[in-house]
Design a binder for this molecule. Structure first.
Ligand code: PEP
Length: 245
């Protein structure tokens, strides 16, 4: 399966600079003989203006969240159908920053994943253990519970393993930690979803940079990367894209 590199811009990006970034990434991609699948996830405010620019570039559009309801009295929220309406195809759900900043629980993430799929979007559901959970040897339990709680029945989206302690730290998890957790997540997915569980793409996220991408991306079961800060510049994002296998 072709790998996938997803750029999570988080709460970054104004119009002009973001259009320049997309142009540069698209140019870099056009020069690659067999590029991986690229998804960029800008903030909501940029989706409608970037969508037309992506046509024909091979770059797909993702969002960083959606509400679990179809419509209604949810001031400030955005529904999955609204995202689909402006050309979004993927949506990141349950990112640890949303779990932290907005108190999102597994149950809410599961409802969001259901709503996203119903609107035709592919959910990218994030799971990841805290530093404390890893230090106390509970990281597999934590991930197991998050998978059980955050993925709805019939899930056919993407899972992103993002250890919270690696996000934004500048240091990704070790290859051994990633390999161990990938094997564990795959086994959990197969246990929960049977044959479908074998086909669910698993991304690694947490301080992926150009240097480490070449080591991380070939690890067994790694189907690509979810990239935060390095996705904000073409000269840090494109080398990661080139490292995809
Ligand atoms: C993220 O938060 O999804 C992420 C992977 O961030 P960074 O690459 O900056 O660690």
């Amino acid at each position: 399966m072709m790998q996938m590199i997803v750029g999570n811009w988080k709460m970054n990006g104004l119009g002009a600079a973001s259009r320049d970034l997309v142009t540069e990434v698209a140019q870099g991609l056009a020069a690659m003989p067999s590029p991986p699948q690229i998804v960029i996830c800008p903030p909501f405010t940029l989706l409608a203006q970037l969508a037309p620019m992506l046509k024909g570039t091979g770059i797909l559009l993702g969002a960083q969240d959606c509400h679990q309801s179809v419509s209604g009295a949810h001031t400030g929220d955005i529904s999955a159908a609204m995202l689909a309406d402006v050309g979004v195809e993927y949506v990141i759900l349950g990112h640890s920053e949303r779990r932290r900043d907005h108190g999102e629980l597994d149950e809410t993430v599961r409802e969001k994943a259901t709503a996203a799929a119903a609107a035709g979007l592919t959910p990218i559901v994030c799971v990841g253990e805290s530093e404390d959970q890893r230090a106390s040897g509970e990281c597999q339990d934590a991930i197991g519970w998050q998978i059980k709680g955050s993925l709805p029945d019939g899930f056919s989206g993407i899972v992103a393993y993002e250890p919270i302690w690696a996000i934004g730290s500048g240091v990704p998890a070790s290859s051994q930690d990633i390999a161990d957790m990938m094997a564990f997540i795959r086994a959990e997915l197969v246990r929960q979803f049977g044959a479908t569980g074998k086909t669910i793409r698993i991304l690694y996220g947490g301080s992926v940079n150009a240097r480490d991408a070449a080591t991380i991306l070939p690890i067994a079961e790694v189907g690509g990367a979810l990239v935060g800060s390095a996705s904000l510049r073409a000269d840090t994002f494109l080398p990661i894209v080139r490292a995809a296998v």
